[in-house]
Design a binder for this molecule. Structure first.
Ligand code: ADP
Ligand code: MG
Length: 244
């Protein structure tokens, strides 16, 4: 079955919240951090020093969450330029290669063309694919294979990230992109929300296929750089399609 979910409303609300609150949170955090570092200079027993370390780590965590929310608050800052997506994907693979090797994961790239032009914000797109690849690695705690396939379709390019990890049940798939939905001990459940948002801003779509204990495929479809496609795209509803 195929289900179309429009997340714009939810995301817009989260974005507004971020814009309003993030700065307010950041300022007190900065002074909390400063004073905690100041306390560390005092003579005290190890236990207390460790408590201060914990406080600093937690402050960093809150900072990171605020940072990620801030990115949602400024979706307009997307700068679309005509780019060849192929070397961008190749670059992402070399950026994640080191991490992959550490985790016993092999990354393989399959590419149908040398040049596929899309209108994109290169940095945001990199962020998106790094997120998907990281999630793939985290779904395979004992290592495995991740295949990245780049295929040119008639009016779009489809980039698939295929892992052989733990997979997801349909209830889990339905919750993807929900703020703070995570099944990981140290996850924050913001990666996919931000990635889906960025893809929507590119007039793209995400299709998800997953099977428990078999693996997961995230298919990201981005429109090709074509004048007609852009004109039509701006009137089109975009969304995240979850196929089960
Ligand atoms: P986080 O990685 O911090 O948990 P994400 O938004 O990136 O947050 O992902 C949310 C959740 O979606 C994950 O906790 C996991 O349950 C699920 N998920 C995402 N990608 C995969 C994948 N490739 N395989 C299995 N589960 C996944
Ligand atoms: Mg993640």
């Amino acid at each position: 079955t195929e289900e179309m979910l429009h997340r714009q409303d939810k995301l817009a609300a989260v974005g507004q919240l971020a814009a309003g609150v993030a700065h307010e949170i950041r300022n007190p955090l900065t002074s909390m951090k400063g004073y905690t570092e100041f306390l560390q200079l005092d003579e005290m027993d190890e236990n207390r020093l460790e408590y201060l370390e914990i406080i600093l780590d937690e402050i960093d965590r809150v900072n990171q969450i605020v940072e990620e929310f801030l990115q949602l608050a400024k979706p307009q800052s997307l700068t679309l330029e005509t780019k060849n997506i192929v070397p961008i994907i190749q670059n992402i693979l070399s950026l994640t290669e080191f991490d992959a090797r550490k985790k016993n994961v092999t990354l393989e790239l399959f590419c149908s063309h040398d040049v596929i032009l899309v209108n994109c914000d290169e940095n945001r797109i990199k962020q998106v694919f790094i997120n998907f690849i990281k999630n793939g690695m985290e779904a395979m705690p004992d290592g495995g294979d991740i295949k990245v396939k780049v295929e040119r379709k008639e009016e779009a390019v489809q980039i698939s990230i295929i892992d052989t990890g733990m997979g997801m049940r349909p209830e889990q798939i339905r919750r993807l992109g929900e703020p703070f939905f995570t099944t990981k001990k140290s996850g924050n459940g913001l990666g996919l929300m931000i990635s889906f948002k960025i893809i929507e801003n590119h007039l793209g779509k995400v299709l998800i296929e997953s099977e428990v204990n078999e693996g997961t495929v995230f298919n990201i479809v981005l429109p090709l750089k074509r004048v007609e496609a852009i004109c039509k795209g701006s009137n089109e509803k975009t969304g995240v399609i979850l196929s089960e």
